[in-house]
Every structure is written in C-alpha cells, then in structure tokens.
Design a protein around this ligand. Structure first.
Ligand SMILES: C[S@@+](CC[C@H](N)C(=O)[O-])C[C@H]1O[C@@H](n2cnc3c(N)ncnc32)[C@H](O)[C@@H]1O
Length: 185
C-alpha cells in the first residue's frame, strides 16, 4: 500500500471548487455530523471536510483538525478565519506516527479519516491512537480513494480498524471512495 504523503500544494485542489462539483461534503456528512458534536478530522489538509463540519456542529460544537503538514493547516486557518469558523476549531500539527490526541480520551463523538490512512506508515498505530479519543458509542467515518486503494487493500484497512476495537456498522456510498462507518463499542 502507498505511504507517500500528498504534497502540500495538492491541498488547494483537494479543497477547491472542481472537487466540490464531484463530491458535496455537506451532503456526504449529513446524517453523521450533528449540532454540538465534537468532531476530530484527521488528515484534514486545507479543510474540504473540516469547514462544512464546523458549520454543521454549530457554535456549541467543536472541530479538532489534525494534519502532518503545517502548510495545510496554515491555509485551513486562513479559510476558517475568513468564514468566521475559527473559534469553534482547534488545529493541531502531528507527526507521521503520533496523532497527538492522547489528551482527548472519550471526548470525540465522530472521527473523520478521509483519504489519509493509505498515507500513514502504521495503520494499526493510527487506529489504536484514535480509539481512546472516541467516546463509547462514538463513530469513526473512514474513506479511502477508490483510485489508489484496491478492494483487497481496503479490506485489510477495515480489518486493521476492527483489530483496534472498532465495529463496522455500514458502508456509506461515497463517489470515488470506499468507506465504512465504525462504532466504538
Ligand atoms: C489526500 S489528503 C486528504 C485530505 C482530506 N482529508 C480530504 O479528503 O480532502 C491526506 C492528508 O493527510 C495528511 N497526512 C498524511 N499522513 C498523515 C499522518 N500520519 N497523520 C496525519 N495526517 C497525515 C496529509 O498531510 C494530507 O493533508
């Protein structure tokens, strides 16, 4: 499986209007994100999912956005400030093996991991670090890009999440992705 990290300049395309024509983040997240939730967006890049999530959780909600690349987070910070959403967001830089979420034990209602796991060198460690941050009964929404990740590779990723303790609930239909909604039991 590929572990090459997406270059920072790709962040502009990933958060840009062309992608929005193909994928509607608000529609994709509706039914998963609710007002007042605490949502953790891992591998957030420049915020294609982070900003709509911050709107959907509302002023009493919280979005913690984590990424490896400072340049992704700098752009996300500017976009969030312009949109008046920065106050309900917390941006964190992580390392490739440490998500830096140890302080969030049982605080997260929903974790988003969109198109990031194939870039992570240790998927087991990734899911093992996410697990304690999520509340019991909380959810993890995983999506991997169909173009990069085969059915077999995705099955391995899903099994890795299950080994960390996540139970698969459903496989949402997202265009250009393979996706699973998990629950922390
Ligand atoms: C392909 S982009 C996807 C971005 C976003 N989730 C989306 O769907 O638009 C992957 C992002 O994950 C970040 N990333 C890669 N490895 C990571 C790691 N080990 N921990 C956290 N973020 C990572 C990259 O810096 C990049 O911003």
């Amino acid at each position: 499986m590929a572990h090459r990290v997406c270059p920072w300049w790709m962040g502009y395309l990933l958060a840009g209007p062309i992608r929005r024509l193909l994928e509607n983040p608000k529609k994709m997240l509706s039914g998963f994100v609710e007002p007042d939730m605490t949502v953790l967006d891992v591998g957030c890049a420049m915020g294609f999912f982070t900003l709509p999530t911050a709107r959907m959780v509302g002023p009493q909600g919280r979005v913690i956005a984590v990424d490896l690349q400072e340049k992704m987070l700098n752009s996300l910070r500017r976009r969030a400030r312009r949109a008046g959403l920065l106050e309900r967001m917390e941006l964190r830089t992580c390392s490739d093996t440490d998500l830096g979420v140890d302080d969030l034990t049982n605080q997260v209602d929903l974790a988003l991991a969109f198109h990031v796991v194939h870039e992570v060198p240790d998927a087991s460690g990734f899911f093992a670090q996410l697990y304690p941050a999520i509340k019991p009964g909380g959810r993890l929404l995983l999506a991997e890009p169909e173009g990069h990740i085969s059915t077999d590779e995705y099955a391995v990723t899903e099994a890795t999440a299950q080994s960390a303790g996540f139970a698969s609930l459903e496989q949402p239909e997202f265009r250009r992705s393979r996706a699973t909604l998990f629950e922390k039991r």
